[in-house]
Design a protein around this ligand. Structure first.
Ligand code: ADP
Length: 476
């Protein structure tokens, strides 16, 4: 949950959706693990942090594990952080390998959802779980020997942020949960392993994914990643709701992490941000278009296409700045490129919130040529900062970005084929528009005025919650 802990867009959603729901008078609260740094961050931000007198107890592997519970008041949202330094000790949050040991923190978090009401005098009607790590919320509410009894008092909603990560693990985890009888093809079995996301899809009362286009795409074999059959069977209860953006946090007019604020009416500050990034990185010549990318460096994000096209993009006159970390092969390729052309290419390895803000603000063109993209928040952030997205037509990118060459109201550049040549053509179109002056200013203004806030999507979640409360899923 950003800004307390963050790996990618899920953190933005878990932070901003509850805030939007509270504004709509839903009593939304959040349960998170106190990963290393979470409580310190809350203190540093000056948030009110109080210890809940009662601890949380969960039976895992036939013994009771206990965690302390903290309440962090984050704006109007109460956040409960479970604190057990043995369980939640991975600062990277997600384990490299998923096995019965590394998955325990996620099991604890999920079952703690049902234990929370014992520790605080508040009980939710709906438990809304996110991605594979919290799959045990809906699963145990229906199939766990103990929690299935408690589960009758709750409605579960499950959001798929990325179907590529399903929580596939050895069946032996079921022993420690007393759920051996759920290792069947109708429940959790998946090619000899346990597939947690599969179980969550079957047991949740409602399922959402983070864009309408992705909801469609995952019903097919290519994007269904082995679960398309289950998804097709449950299609009537899977809804695509576009993620919203926290437009108060991501606002170039008030952003404290950029050197100069600006808006679509007052653009001078954007140039100062570009100057600041150039100075920081050693890139030269402010008149060159600055092509930027902020993200996890994995094949999903189309980084191969970016690396493959770099020379041509530079030849077209652009400078390139990339911030991110991920696959070592890609990191190394980017480092080499940056060291061979230090005035034209800059690569900052790692996760860096202030530098990300500066990159959004400084950039002219923002690359997101993803192979698949459930929603994508980076392109929405880039729009706010007048950094024109160049995206592949997939998932949430297809739902949010309109091509400026194909539509008079367009504010981005879109290509379809996942190939270097298609991406390069789109880059050339974007650069041509950049050099066109007045037209580019209009594209930027339209981009910055787009509204992808939660104002549209949070009410959709509210209606879904109401419907789910009245239509509980029955499972065997
Ligand atoms: P995903 O969730 O697949 O990583 P999204 O586009 O939905 O992609 O969300 C990515 C979020 O993570 C955005 O808020 C983006 O700014 C942030 N982010 C990604 N990489 C970095 C990084 N290296 N440093 C800072 N922020 C990053």
């Amino acid at each position: 949950m950003a800004p307390l802990s963050k790996v990618g867009g899920l953190a933005d959603v878990v932070s901003s959706l509850p805030k939007a729901l509270v504004r709509l008078r839903t009593d939304a609260r959040v349960l998170i693990p106190a990963y290393p740094g979470v409580l310190d961050k809350a203190h540093d931000m000056g948030l009110r942090v109080t210890r809940i007198k009662r601890d949380i107890h969960v039976a895992l592997n036939w013994r009771v594990t206990t965690a302390k519970l903290w309440k962090i008041q984050y704006e109007d949202v109460p956040v409960y952080a479970i604190d057990n330094c043995e369980l939640f000790n991975n600062p990277l949050i997600y384990p490299e390998d998923i096995d019965p040991e590394s998955i325990l923190p996620f099991c604890f978090l999920s079952l703690a959802g049902y234990e929370l009401s014992q520790a605080i005098s508040w009980k939710p009607d709906i438990l809304h779980a996110h991605d594979w790590g919290t799959s045990l919320v809906p699963i145990s509410g229906k199939w766990h020997p103990f929690y299935s009894m408690v589960g009758k008092e709750y409605t579960t909603v499950y959001t798929i942020h990325n179907l590529a990560h399903q929580g596939i693990v050895s069946p032996s985890i079921l022993d420690g949960l007393g759920m051996e009888d759920s290792f069947t093809i109708n429940r959790l079995e998946f090619f000899g392993s346990v597939n947690l996301m599969k179980g969550a899809l079957i047991t949740s009362d409602a399922v959402t994914t983070v864009s309408p286009r992705y909801a469609q795409e995952i019903t097919g074999e290519t994007m269904g990643v082995g679960l398309d059959g289950v998804i097709r069977e449950r299609q009537d209860k899977i809804r695509g709701i576009l993620n919203g953006l926290d437009t108060r946090y991501w606002d170039p007019l008030t952003d404290q992490l950029i050197p100069c604020n600006y808006s679509s009416e007052q653009m001078a500050g954007k140039r100062s941000c570009k100057e600041a990034l150039l100075e920081k990185t050693g890139l030269e010549d402010i008149s060159r278009p600055l092509v930027t990318m902020v993200g996890r460096l994995y094949s999903q994000k189309g980084i191969e296409l970016v690396i493959g096209n770099m020379d041509d993009v530079i030849k077209e006159g652009a400078n390139i700045f990339i911030l991110g970390s991920g696959d070592e092969t890609f990191e190394r390729a980017l480092e080499e490129k940056a060291s061979s052309l230090p005035h034209r290419v800059s690569f900052a390895r790692g996760y860096n919130e202030p530098l990300a803000h500066l990159a959004y603000a400084a950039g002219d063109i923002f690359l997101m040529p993803s192979l698949f993209e459930p929603c994508g928040l980076s392109q929405l952030i880039a729009l706010r900062y007048g950094n024109i997205p160049l995206v592949r037509e997939t998932g949430g990118l297809a739902d949010t970005i309109l091509d400026a060459d194909k539509n008079t109201r367009g504010y981005g550049f879109v290509f379809s084929d996942f190939s270097s040549s298609s991406m390069l053509l789109a880059c050339k179109r974007a650069l041509q528009a950049f050099y066109s002056g007045e037209r580019w200013n209009n594209i930027m203004t339209r981009a910055m005025k787009m509204d992808f806030s939660w104002d549209h999507s949070a009410p959709e979640y509210q209606s879904l919650y109401s419907e789910a409360l009245h239509q509980r899923t029955r499972v065997d």
